[in-house]
Ligand binder design. Structure first.
Ligand code: SAM
Length: 200
């Protein structure tokens, strides 16, 4: 999807996320459950790639974390800035290398919420690998929320049943294709079409 389409979507984005069904079904609840299950303090540094309006990152911000995020849509970023005035937010395209600004930083948590399905499998793996290098060695975690299915069969079945909503230009996650590329990767299906990857 092009930057201009995200710019246009920005003022209705938060409403779309809480609507039932494809693609965001179960997303908000999955975020709440994750936040409850981890310890967030003022020294927790969180980076989100494709931060959008800050729907996901702001939950960490509200819990006191130091928040960093980038997105290629300046309109999306403007909404994120309203939610998180003291976060470090900037414009950047994930197609480019890790931005100079954060290249030498280390994060406790790196998030990718519904952004990596704009990249094919090889690109996803490459981006994940690149950003894993920014995690703190001791206890860093990457959390990826996205449209995702356990198996190719589940993916194909869901597609058949939801052709009206499905976008063949997007590349949704299939856990069995991703998991083996990473040493420590856990997968949880949080709705019929949504999954959470935890990589350390
Ligand atoms: C569906 S929204 C998700 C926003 C947020 N991560 C969330 O979980 O609510 C996808 C976001 O990724 C951004 N995005 C898409 N492709 C991108 C790219 N190549 N580089 C940076 N941001 C991108 C869009 O502008 C949009 O804000």
């Amino acid at each position: 999807m092009k930057k201009e389409l995200f710019d246009k979507w920005s003022n209705q984005y938060d409403q779309s996320v809480i609507e039932k069904g494809f693609p965001f079904s179960g997303y908000e609840k999955a975020i709440v459950n994750l936040i409850k299950s981890i310890r967030i303090t003022h020294s927790t540094q969180v980076l989100e790639m494709g931060v959008g309006t800050g729907f996901l990152l702001s939950k960490f911000y509200q819990n006191g974390a130091q928040c960093y995020g980038f997105d290629f849509s300046d309109k999306m970023l403007a909404f994120a800035e309203e939610k998180m005035p003291s976060a470090f937010l900037f414009q950047h395209d994930l197609k480019q290398d890790i931005p100079e600004k954060i290249k030498r930083a280390k994060f406790s948590i790196i998030l990718a919420g519904y952004v990596l399905h704009h990249f094919n499998l090889q690109e996803k793996i490459e981006i994940i690998r690149q950003y894993l290098s920014l995690l703190k060695k001791e206890d860093g975690r990457m959390y990826i929320f996205d449209v995702s299915f356990k198996t190719k069969e589940d993916h194909d079945l869901y597609r058949e049943e939801h052709l009206d909503l499905w976008d063949d230009a997007e590349s949704y996650f299939i856990a069995e294709e991703i998991k083996d590329h990473f040493e420590n990767c856990e997968y949880k299906q949080f709705s019929l079409c949504g999954g959470l990857y935890t990589i350390s």
